[in-house]
Design a protein around this ligand. Structure first.
Ligand SMILES: Cc1ncc(C[n+]2csc(CCOP(=O)(O)OP(=O)(O)O)c2C)c(N)n1
Ligand code: SF4
Length: 247
């Protein structure tokens, strides 16, 4: 019988703890599928964040290192510099990468560290109960913005990928999603390209995934996909933001 679907060896047998419908689990799967298909499982090192994906090291069957909140790209920098032949990625949420870790994010990309940074933007602090993140949308109701995000009080949503493209160290910056099969296929390509560029020593590859948080958003998984399509994507348009110049 032909095998059409199976769990990749790059994922452990540990069941995900994520809420039903959460994008984290799909991104884990896509990332690890790419690692398996490229045959780089023994050469890949991931850095897990603080946030809902803090247990990424339980699920991803590659060498993993935990980092303090916001510091994943700094830790990934150290690992890559000591072990330059490894494929190194960091995996962070928006509270981690675009709030407490903003300095590390900007300086890592500015240095052009030869790593892949995976950025899960679900517009909220999922793990801690749905507080406003720097990426929360204007008017978005969260536990810390019960009347909706107010621009006068807390400013505009930070489009961190849009900022990073101006740094020369950013080699490839793209914004993707996992809300349907076509989006998953595109994300897979983005990860494939990022590992290829890393092999070629090109600099920082930054892959944002605009994702959902049904629990933090107080929605069913189906409602959260609708919210992604109708509200999140207009604010965070999908597609490439910076692609390598063709030689
Ligand atoms: C130094 C420090 N400050 C604050 C916290 C509390 N904290 C844990 S996770 C988190 C935010 C996580 O949000 P995000 O990065 O968006 O990830 P998500 O849970 O949504 O995937 C915060 C503020 C912490 N653990 N350590
Ligand atoms: S709280 Fe949100 S981000 Fe965290 S696992 Fe649940 S749905 Fe996912």
């Amino acid at each position: 019988m032909e095998m059409v679907y199976c769990r990749p060896d790059t994922l452990t047998d540990t069941p995900f703890h994520y809420c039903p419908g959460c994008g984290h689990s799909v991104v884990h799967r896509v990332l690890m599928e790419v690692v398996e298909e490229l045959g780089i499982q023994d050469k890949t090192i991931g850095v897990a964040p603080v946030g809902c994906s803090v247990f990424a090291y339980h699920y991803m069957n590659v060498d993993m290192q935990e980092a303090a909140h916001g510091r994943a790209s700094a830790v990934a920098t150290g690992i890559k510099r000591v072990l330059p032949d490894r494929y190194v990625f960091s995996y962070q949420g928006d509270g981690d990468l675009a709030a407490i870790g903003t300095a590390e994010t900007i300086h890592t990309v500015n240095r052009g560290e030869n790593i892949l940074m995976v950025f899960i933007n679900n517009g909220i602090y999922g793990m801690t109960g749905g507080q406003m993140a720097p990426t929360s949308l204007l008017g978005q109701v969260t536990t810390t913005s019960p009347y909706g995000r107010d621009v006068k009080m807390v400013g505009h949503p930070i489009k961190i990928a849009d900022l990073l493209i101006h740094l020369p160290g950013a080699y490839y910056v793209t914004r993707q999603a996992v809300h349907n099969p076509n989006a998953v296929r595109k994300l897979k390509k983005a990860f494939e390209k990022s590992f290829q560029y890393q092999k070629e020593g090109k600099g920082t590859c930054f892959v944002e995934v605009v994702s959902n948080c049904p629990s933090g958003w107080r929605m069913t998984p189906v409602e959260s996909i609708k919210y992604l399509e109708e509200t999140m994507f207009p604010a965070y348009p999908l597609g490439d933001l910076k692609v390598p110049e063709k030689v």
